[in-house]
Design a protein around this ligand. Structure first.
Ligand SMILES: [Zn+2]
Length: 351
């Protein structure tokens, strides 16, 4: 069988030292261990990341901000913002994290692989053009989308962000840009407090920013409905030429921060739903980049489920024995109605 799925990883990602912070190097170590134990690791096409250039990071960030991250690391790191910490290697790791997404995009566009998972840190989706926050420095997926547009002349890139937190940084980068359709499903009323259905984009970008805030406790079935009733119809109308996933696994039921009820089977299903879009629109081209996920067990099992879906193999995980009693299914139906009502004038398929 062809190794159609790539894996981006580099040990430098472990050198972004955040101390006892939940977003810590051990996350990647645990994922790698499980991939190796499972045997899937051997089948993946290894993709070596390269550092993104200043100009490439500059496609999503202000020059002064990039310099701020560089000098923060040069001074030895410490506390970058209230919730975001780093070390002397943070700048180099952040350049290599964004560059890992770029290397994956190059491998896809060259036809070497069909899809890839970028096992990178620091994460990116909270990083706005001029500010780092929420454990993020450079917005890896946003830089990737701009790079694909600039280097390969793409006109439509879809970003699916299933991290339990709203990707306020990604939204900010593309808010007036119709070349990127940003779709975020997240839990409402938690950090960073943004991501409402009314925030649909501005100017030419109106209708190209889709927020689906969900109640605490939402489980597999609720997410599956949001993907089949909003994401899939809209994305098939949009016809993306590349799909990027901000893959945060902090909506897993074991996550200490997320408060949602997804299981690894839920992550696998969402992956299949996104890959179905990519299969119909762009030869299956999809890159997932790691964002959050703070239960080492929930995170690693979810990433294994995601990558096994990307590889097109049967799910190797154990049976889910987690029974979600408050999956919020009725409330999710209402939210789907609200979002469809707001976006129907831009996406008639939702009416
Ligand atoms: Zn998150």
């Amino acid at each position: 069988m062809m190794n159609r799925t790539g894996l981006v990883y580099d040990p430098l990602y472990l050198q972004h030292d955040t101390g006892s912070h939940p977003e810590r190097a051990e996350r990647l170590v645990r994922i790698l261990n499980l991939l190796q134990e499972d045997g899937i690791y051997e089948r993946l096409t290894q993709i070596a990341p390269r550092p993104a250039t200043i100009d490439e990071i500059g496609m999503a960030h202000a020059p002064g901000y990039i310099e701020k991250v560089r000098s923060f690391a040069e001074r030895g790191g410490g506390t970058f913002t209230e919730d975001t910490a780093g070390s002397t290697e943070t700048y180099r790791a952040a350049l290599l994290a964004a560059g890992g997404v770029l290397a994956a995009i190059d491998a896809l566009m060259d036809g070497k692989i069909e899809n890839a998972f970028a096992l990178v840190r620091p994460p990116g989706h909270h990083a706005t053009p001029a500010a780092g926050m929420g454990f993020c420095f450079f917005n890896n997926v946003a830089v990737g989308a701009r790079y694909a547009i600039q280097k390969y002349g793409l006109k439509r890139v879809l970003i699916v962000d299933w991290d339990v937190h709203h990707g306020n940084g990604t939204e900010a980068v593309f808010y007036s840009d119709p070349a990127v359709l940003y779709f975020s499903v997240h839990r409402s009323y938690i950090y960073p407090g943004t991501g409402w259905p009314e925030n649909i984009g501005e100017e030419d970008g109106k209708g190209f920013n889709i927020n689906v805030p969900l109640p605490a406790g939402t489980g597999n079935r609720g997410y599956e409905q949001v993907f089949s009733r909003i994401l899939q119809p809209v994305a098939l109308s949009y016809q993306p030429e590349l799909v990027l996933i901000s893959a945060g696994q902090d909506a897993h039921h074991l996550d200490p921060l997320g408060g949602m009820s997804l299981t690894e089977r839920g992550y696998r299903k969402m992956t299949e739903q996104v890959l179905e879009i990519a299969g119909k629109c762009c030869n299956g081209r999809a890159v997932a980049a790691l964002e959050g996920g703070y239960s080492l067990e929930g995170l690693s099992k979810s990433v294994l489920a995601i990558i096994s879906a990307m590889e097109g193999r049967p799910f190797p995980g154990v049976e889910d024995n987690f029974v979600n009693k408050t999956c919020q299914f009725a409330r999710v139906q209402e939210i789907i109605g609200t979002v469809s009502g707001i976006l129907g004038r831009y996406w008639p398929v939702l009416i």
